[in-house]
Structures are given as C-alpha cells and as structure tokens.
Design a protein around this ligand. Structure first.
Ligand SMILES: [Ca+2]
Ligand SMILES: [Ca+2]
Length: 136
C-alpha cells in the first residue's frame, strides 16, 4: 500500500463528490443495481429542467459544482491542518493527522519539510487518477 493512497482514503477525498446517492442503496442492492441507481439519481440531479435529456449547459454546471466541492473540501483540510496559517503544513502540523503524517514525505515533493497547497493538490490529483482500489 502506498502511503499517499492511505492518506487520501483517510481524508475521505476518494469518495467525496458525486457518490452521495449510493449510500442508501448499499445495504441490499447488488453492485450493478447500486451503480444504476447512482447513475439514475445523478442524471436526475444534473437534468435541472427535467426534460429527460442533458444539455451541455446542465452537464457543465454539474461538473463545475463537483469540482467546486472538491476544492472546498481540499481547502478545508488544508486550513484545518495549517494551524499557524502560514499557508503551508509543517511536519509538526501534519502530526495532528496520523494518515497525513504517514504520507508527509510523499506529498512534500520538493523535500523542503513543508507541504504547500500546490503539493497537496498534486498529491490529491495523483491519488484520484490512480483510482485507489486498495483503499477503503
Ligand atoms: Ca503552517
Ligand atoms: Ca514542500
């Protein structure tokens, strides 16, 4: 297991965003049913004028919302850990969060002993792109 994957999973980023609909179905539905239900409810959510089809505008509005949510969560995590508000996370600050501390060296890509917002953003993007199958 890569520390960075654990880090992201522990922070709940991997599942943040579009998967709210899924939780209600988890208990009894098969994975296929859950996915279908999720796609269905996401579709209904995106189709804001309820005409049964998705316009480019509706879709891009949805994507903007999803991305906005990610950024919001990202900023929250960063600000929570950045106790002295100097815009970077020191090793001491990272120690507040076990998972974060474990992944510190991986995220600190320029090895200056601090995690900048940019370094965290890069790490989160990498973790998302990697599709953390071993997490959860
Ligand atoms: Ca700081
Ligand atoms: Ca750094």
């Amino acid at each position: 297991m890569k520390p960075i994957i654990i880090l992201i999973a522990a922070m709940g980023i991997a599942s943040a965003g579009t998967s709210h609909a899924q939780t209600a179905n988890d208990a009894k539905a098969t994975p296929e049913e859950a996915i279908t239900a999720e796609i269905g409810s996401t579709f209904l959510r995106i189709d804001t004028n309820k005409d049964g089809s998705l316009s480019r505008d509706e879709f891009s509005a949805f994507m903007e919302e999803a991305i906005g949510k990610q950024v919001e969560i990202f900023n929250q995590i960063f600000d929570t850990l950045d106790l002295d508000k100097d815009g970077k996370i020191s090793r001491t600050e990272a120690a507040e969060n076990k998972a974060f501390a474990a992944g510190f060296d991986d995220v600190d890509s320029d090895k200056d002993g601090f995690i900048s917002k940019n370094e965290l953003a890069v790490a989160m993007k990498a973790a998302r792109d990697a599709k953390p199958t071993e997490a959860k």
